[in-house]
Ligand binder design. Structure first.
Ligand code: PEP
Length: 251
């Protein structure tokens, strides 16, 4: 049995005002009493981060951002830096979500720099990787994962690797209701762990690798019960406290 602690992250994307965030957390935190077995991370939009940190202050739940800029400050209108996030108590950051890669032209080169910046700032990166539908159909899933991981890890040290979290998120399963089968998720995650092991075998044994893509209360147990799947990055099913709680309980 794995000694890696389960990790459940709620990616709210561009949803929830400050008031809605507080309402979610009041309901969610009131129910999570027995969930000390897992790391639970809420990722609200930038405007609700400070409120979420405040609400989670005396709870085991931590708060992550959904993105950040690679520079600490400068002429980058509309961007948010790692020191800005840590200054309000944010502890982690999603990097390389497929929506950032496809809609906002996020490159692996930029992600490699963002990973370094996050580690330097003391933010835990949650790095997303995954193949598109056509890439899976063409049988190149492992090539895509390897290319993303090797490029993103370019400047990450073996010492830092175990501290990060990797989310395997097949693009075709995100927000589509098409979940990867447990076999597909387990296979891809095992491959990701083998790529990490090529850099450092100790880090591969310790790093947490999540599955993300249409995880719901009804399929969470089957996915999270699989060997090597250390938790979930949850989008749509994380905006309702009862649904996200049920997924956390399944881990
Ligand atoms: C996500 O946004 O990372 C995600 C996995 O979304 P969903 O659960 O809605 O597929």
């Amino acid at each position: 049995m794995s000694e890696r602690r389960p990790y459940l992250a709620a990616n709210w994307k561009m949803q929830k005002t400050v008031e809605e965030t507080e309402d979610f957390l009041d309901r969610f935190l009131g129910e999570i009493g027995e969930l000390a077995h897992a790391d639970i991370v809420i990722c609200p939009p930038f405007t609700a981060l400070a409120a979420a940190v405040e609400r989670c202050r005396r709870s085991p739940v931590r708060v992550a951002a959904q993105n950040m800029h690679e520079a600490s400050s400068g002429a980058y209108t509309g961007e948010i830096s790692a020191p800005m996030l840590t200054s309000i108590g944010v502890e982690a950051v999603i990097l390389g979500h497929s929506e950032r890669r496809s809609l906002f032209a996020e490159t692996d080169e930029a992600l490699a720099r963002k990973l370094v910046t996050a580690f330097e700032a003391g933010l835990q990166p949650i790095l997303c990787v995954g193949e598109s539908e056509s890439e899976r159909e063409d049988g190149v899933t492992e090539d895509v994962l390897r290319r993303q991981l090797e490029a993103d890890f370019e400047s990450v040290s073996a010492k830092d690797l175990p501290e990060m979290v990797i989310a395997y998120e097949p693009v075709w399963a995100i927000g589509t209701g098409k979940t990867a089968s447990p076999e597909q998720a387990e296979g891809a995650i095992s491959f990701i762990r083998s790529v990490v092991a090529e850099r450092d075998s100790r880090a591969a044994a310790q790093v947490r690798i999540l599955y993300g893509g249409s995880v719901k209360p009804g399929n969470a147990e089957e996915l999270l019960g699989r060997e090597g799947i250390d938790g979930a990055l949850v989008g749509g099913a994380s905006v309702e406290p009862a649904d996200f709680l049920a997924i956390c309980e399944a881990a």
